[in-house]
Design a binder for this molecule. Sequence first.
Ligand code: PEP
Length: 253
Amino acid sequence: MARDLIVIGNWKMYKTSREASNYIEHLLSKIEGCKASVFLAVPFTSISSAAASARQAKLEVGAQNMNDARDGAFTGEIAALMLKEAGATFVLLGHSERRRIFGESDAFIHRKVLRALADDLRPVLCVGETLDERSGGETEEVLKRQIETALADVPEEKAGEVILAYEPVWAIGTGKNATPEMAQEVHAFCRACLADLFGKRKAGQISILYGGSVKPENVRSLVSEKDIDGVLVGGAALDPETLAEIIQQCEGI
Ligand code: PEP
């Protein structure tokens, strides 16, 4: 089944709203005519300006995190409806930096996925094993737990809204990427987990992206694999020229 090619840039905690507008203008000038769906996960304060700059372009703007509650006394947190009103259409959930640095649990991420879907934001669920888990032969067990917990209770008709991102923790920001064969093996396993949850047909419609030290030089071979439907890019997405090159490489331009 043909799935859209998706490239997501994750800016992490970089770029002010002014820098966001300049970046988007530059990026759009480089990717005119590209067919891939391009998403940018930007800091909360840049969502409005990024969404305004991206208007009319085939560019989605989203957030990197949110709270699971609709609203409430949660100082310093942000709700899905606030993101939506600012112009976000999607949200990254369960990024390994959130799990590792901020102690986010599978159960919390699960509640966020349900909230995002209820409030009409597309969840991009990030999953991945640490180096110790991979060395200990636990990769599949860890991914199965992360996927099954986060996506429990998602109704089948909403499952198509979910994007899954396999991001091995040992590959994020380290310059070490999984080989295409290694990543394909894990993506096929992730798709089998999705099939257990939602059935084979639905699982075949869900995009599974690879993330972890993606660069213009390695992206083409990654997206050539059958179950790799695009990429989630961190460090290399901070420069619009490099992200544009990644998008062009993905499309084989
Ligand atoms: C990320 O932040 O999701 C990521 C994959 O980072 P990097 O591309 O820098 O490894």
